[in-house]
Design a protein around this ligand. Sequence first.
Ligand code: CA
Ligand code: CA
Length: 535
Amino acid sequence: MPFVTERSSQSTVAPAVAGLPLTLKMALAIGIWLSANSAFSATWFVATNGLDSNDGSSNSPFATLMKAQAAASSGDTVYLRGGTYSLDNSNLTATNSPWAIVNDLTRSGVSYLGYPGELPVFDFSNVKPAGYRVTAFLVTANNCVFKGFDVVGVQVTIQTNHTQSEDFRVAGGSFNRFERLRMHDGMGNGWYLTDGASNLVLNCDAYNNRGLDSGSLGNTDGFGCHPAHTSGKGNVLAGCRAWFNSDDGYDCINAFAAVTFSNCWSFYNGYFTNFANSTGDGNGFKSGGYGVSGTAYPTPVPRHVTEFCLAVGNRANGFYANHHLGGLDWFDNTAYGNEVNYNLLCSTNNTSLAYDVPGYDQVMKNNLGYAARYAEVSNLGTSNDVTFNYFTLPLTVTGTDFMTLDESLLTLPRRTNGDLPYLAFAQLTGGSDLVDAGTNLGFPFAGAAPDLGAFEYGLNPAPTLKLVQPGMDLVVAGSGGPAGGTNYLVAAGNLALPMVEWTPVATNQFDNEGKFVITNAIPAAPPAFYRLKLQ
Ligand code: CA
Ligand code: CA
């Protein structure tokens, strides 16, 4: 007899892009417009076995990215073939004390792309200019794309004195896109901006970056966005991950224009990989502030936006206002197991800590937190708009609100399109009272209302479900579920029965790729219908 399979009870289906926050969709639209503007373009190749005396064709590739830049014009594409590029001091191309620069990207409109299906790795472990800060990629060009390669081993050579190095430093470039880059296992900041507007950092990972010693451990962030001018608007970091960076995961201290952190994850910052304290600050998202040394700051003070972000197990604060001199926007974030999940500490004057005050003019909506090590929310004053958060609604967050809190899932590989993996981690269970507890801010949602936190129940497409019958066994298989989550096969003879009356047949886990297989003996009187239920 034929079996009829049904999709999950979590059946709201939306295309993946529909789930992205609006700010990210705007940023993507900018990227598409830029990449279409390349009618007369050439293609160049760089390979580990190339020579800069070659002509840069696929059969005769260059050795260095700098040579490719010299050959390229606006609109051109430079393909970086796979393998490890081991660089040393001979690859330094400019010094601008205190910086020594390896790749000095000044030509606008060029795309530097990892060759499809290959992974180029740029290893800077042997770039050690004594007395200089290292910048592996300095970007002052506009409209460039950097996509699909790794940057590793960037060094700090300066001891003890306040210093840092950088994997990427944007110092005046605008409308650039940094996508699917991994910046890791070095001493430098992963991605760092001091000047420029409308740059998009999309689906990048920065991890295991730790300064050399007390002079740099406290400066080494995964991502730093610090536009020095009020014109530096529209910089967006989206879909990124930062973990085990010795200072903060994300930091926008001293920013003169508003920065957006959207759909980004930050965990274990402020720790070394063995969880020893790094002596850095250890915040997940340091979303504001101008220090306490009385430096100039813009008026009005920009409102940075932190939305749909996840902060887990950072040594200090998950989400931190960092003595900001004004209000900030915090929408739909999830914080779990940080020292303080949300710390809204503000200031009225950046000349002294004596002017620190509880947070004011903060707008917080749909935020969720659980199991902070010291405090869920600290330094929240009274002149804020904080309705519809877990700490203002009449509800109690417990572990059973979540599909799983297994932190080992957080570093799983990204999806094939570069998006963050779809994890059961911190996803709400269908029965949670946090589902539909939020307020509509204009972002996509499922059900009657937005949920609390970064992950909306029912917004992801339902997992696939396929039924086969080898021998006497019933084998159900599928994919597209939340990695590490639990699923339940349920059966009924009548499709019209409400879900609660379907009979449980088997319980299983989605694997790390979101796949599942269930093998069950076929019952003597088989039911006609099967469904896969999520938690
Ligand atoms: Ca920092
Ligand atoms: Ca909802």
